[in-house]
Write a protein that binds this ligand. Structure first.
Ligand SMILES: CC(C)(COP(=O)(O)OP(=O)(O)OC[C@H]1O[C@@H](n2cnc3c(N)ncnc32)[C@H](O)[C@@H]1OP(=O)(O)O)[C@@H](O)C(=O)NCCC(=O)NCCS
Length: 389
């Protein structure tokens, strides 16, 4: 790699270069999308959340950092969402992407994010830097007539709109905390109001649940449905299914552990579509302190972390979990203990069974007798996301 390639903060003067490299990587944007892209860009520049690589004066690679929060074990954790990772074609395959991503990691740590997440178009570059698969964006297809017949007619459901954004967030907050959900992004109230106000967002609200759905490619598609009781789940799904005379199938973004899978008689599509996303623990003590753990789990164990990219995570730590919260503190302990690299720690954090992590060669050492307790602490429903970024 040429020595004169430098990491920089992307500035307004680089925007045309970013667009040129982006077009060569992902295709051209239509006029409306380009305008939105440009206005988003200014926010990234102002917040120093877009990192670039220059060759002399010319920008030849860039990546953006979205300021997100994500549910982990029913608690909200700040997450740096990495997107728009692009290298000019003539510079690819020479380590520029890796240099760029190291800059992105450093900036994300500097801005205090305990976690970073991304949807990978290719995994190798991200795995080399410590990212690992952590969850999916799952889309199922149900026969609309099955949903229509779920009942729930005794539940009162009303049409909702932008003014209900606060209530939507309260319901999500309560239900995700109770169910110790992992994965979905948390949106600010203004963004939720914007979404509920879109022409293609059909929103219905009950006391303990809501649904937002719309048309996509001639079919009805559920973007989000949350229900705190069986009756409300039946009521909201049957509102969507009432469109069965026009839309034979209903597509839905949802968790593989959503109660709807246990309510609908006919199985959902046997082949759901899954877009996998990756995670990286950036600040191990902060990430452990921020997430929720299984309330009954109790754990006192030493871990040895070896993070070749972020040295602050490396070393011997004591992991303590009780009453649903955890802490990771430096340990002076000696002797054999569970050892993990960044990918192993991230997989464990995301609820991957420890046996799987061990058999993938991402964890080793320690006493097998501790594995059950460690696994129980991190376990929970499958991590999922509803949004792509
Ligand atoms: C993906 C991309 C950012 C990688 O940039 P790059 O400068 O070529 O990456 P590097 O040279 O630093 O390569 C790092 C590692 O990833 C691997 N890699 C890079 N691109 C790859 C690809 N398309 N498929 C498989 N592996 C790939 C390299 O072989 C290298 O691994 P190695 O050290 O084991 O050989 C670049 O190819 C690109 O801009 N692609 C188009 C847009 C895109 O897909 N962006 C990613 C969105 S998530």
């Amino acid at each position: 790699m040429a020595d004169d390639l430098r990491l920089v903060d992307v500035e307004s003067k680089h925007v045309d270069d970013v667009y040129r490299v982006r077009s060569r990587s992902f295709g051209l944007l239509g006029a409306g999308d380009r305008e939105e892209w440009l206005s988003n860009m200014q926010g990234f520049i102002d917040d120093r959340r877009i990192v670039g690589v220059v060759d002399g004066d010319e920008l030849i690679a860039s990546a953006r950092i979205w300021d997100f929060e994500q549910w982990w074990g029913g608690r909200k954790v700040r997450m740096a969402g990495i997107a728009g990772v692009v290298v000019a074609p003539e510079y690819r395959g020479r380590g520029v992407g890796s240099k760029l991503m190291r800059g992105v990691l450093a900036r994300s740590v500097e801005q205090g994010y305990p976690l970073s997440g991304l949807y990978p178009a290719t995994t190798v570059i991200y795995r080399h830097l410590g990212y690992e698969f952590a969850g999916g964006r799952f889309r199922y297809t149900f026969p609309a007539a099955e949903l229509r017949s779920l009942g729930g007619k005794e539940v009162s459901v009303r049409r909702a709109g932008p003014d209900d954004a606060k209530r939507f967030l309260e319901i999500v907050g309560q239900l995700h905390a109770e169910a110790r959900i992992s994965g979905p992004l948390v949106w600010p109230e203004a963004k939720v109001a914007e979404w509920l106000g879109e022409e293609n967002s059909f929103c219905y609200l009950a006391d303990d649940g809501f649904v937002v759905y719309g048309w996509e490619g001639g079919k009805l598609r559920v973007e989000e449905l949350v229900a705190g009781s069986e009756a409300t789940a039946r009521a909201l799904w049957s509102v969507v299914g009432s469109g069965s005379s026009i839309s034979t199938d209903v597509e839905a973004y949802m968790s593989p552990d959503d109660p709807a899978h246990l309510l609908v008689d006919k199985e959902a599509d046997k082949q759901p579509t899954i877009e996998h996303w990756m995670l990286r623990v950036l600040d191990a003590p902060a990430a452990i302190a921020a997430r929720g753990f299984a309330p009954g789990a109790s754990l006192e164990v030493d871990l040895e972390l070896d993070d070749s990219e972020l040295a602050g995570n490396s070393g011997r730590w004591h992991l303590s979990v009780s009453d649903g919260v955890g802490s990771l503190t430096p340990s002076n302990g000696t002797g054999e203990t569970l050892r993990l690299g960044s990918r192993g720690l991230t997989a464990l954090y995301a609820g991957t069974p420890l046996a799987t992590v061990r058999r993938a060669g991402l964890a080793w050492g320690g006493a097998a007798a501790d594995d059950g307790a460690i696994e129980t602490a991190f376990a929970g429903a499958t991590s999922y996301m509803l949004d792509y970024f």
